[in-house]
Design a binder for this molecule. Structure first.
Ligand SMILES: C[S@@+](CC[C@H](N)C(=O)[O-])C[C@H]1O[C@@H](n2cnc3c(N)ncnc32)[C@H](O)[C@@H]1O
Length: 215
């Protein structure tokens, strides 16, 4: 998909609602302290890099992606941050280069997600957060089965337990995990029920966000 088309989805009514929810959840889990540096791995068009950096009052933001066109698009639309071409499985940064490291629905497209997470933990100084797709969600029933449809084709869907397992064996403290986007249609009913459904079935949102402190 062209970066322009991908980014335009976030400007649609449904995309803006979903993007906003995901961004707020990641920000809450990252618990930023203001002025911290941020790395966004698999940043795509830089939507979350831009939004998180702004919401967190980040000191400086960097985004990396394996797709050249996306990196060029992100750099054009966010001159205040640095964007670079890089494979999540081999990040071109020294150990502990960034206070906060995030990756949003990118590791579900990386064959060796575990290697990518270990790279994120290596370059992080304080906290790491992942956004992933929930196998225990209505969105999976709609878009994830049989190899996935549209933008979800080829994605790996994790259960909350899978996500906790991804972190196991690493020097991290207290993995916090939350889900959101309970009814992914994004219409009036979805918006009205999001809060109540999150309380009723907290592990069933389409978007899983997990974060942990790096030791
Ligand atoms: C669904 S998009 C998410 C983009 C962005 N994080 C967002 O949420 O808008 C997945 C992204 O992962 C990137 N990606 C896939 N494999 C990667 C790898 N090995 N290293 C870095 N990025 C990768 C793709 O190029 C794509 O931009």
């Amino acid at each position: 998909m062209q970066p322009e088309h991908y980014d335009a989805w976030y400007a649609s009514r449904r995309g803006a609602w979903i993007g906003g929810i995901e961004c707020r959840l990641l920000e809450a889990l990252l618990a930023p302290r203001g002025g911290e540096t941020l790395l966004d791995v698999g940043c795509g068009t830089g939507y979350f890099t831009r939004r998180l950096a702004q919401a967190m009052h980040a000191g400086f933001a960097t985004g990396t992606d394996i797709d050249c066109a996306s990196v060029r698009y992100a750099a054009r639309h966010d001159p205040g941050a640095a964007y670079a071409l890089a494979d999540a499985r081999r990040l071109p940064f020294a150990d502990k280069s960034f206070d906060l490291v995030v990756s949003v629905t990118a590791l579900c497209f990386v064959e060796e997600a575990q290697t990518a997470l270990s790279e994120m933990l290596r370059v992080a100084r304080r906290r790491v957060a992942l956004g992933l797709l929930n196998r225990h969600s209505l969105l999976w029933l709609e878009k994830g089965r049989h190899g996935g449809h549209g933008a979800y084709r080829g994605a790996r869907w994790h259960t909350p337990a899978d996500v906790r397992n991804l972190f196991s064996g690493y020097p991290v403290r207290e993995v916090s995990l939350r889900t959101a986007v309970m009814l992914p249609g994004g219409g009036v009913v979805a918006r009205a029920l999001e809060g109540s459904l999150r309380r009723l079935a907290p592990a069933c949102g389409a978007f899983i966000a997990a974060a942990a402190d790096v030791r």
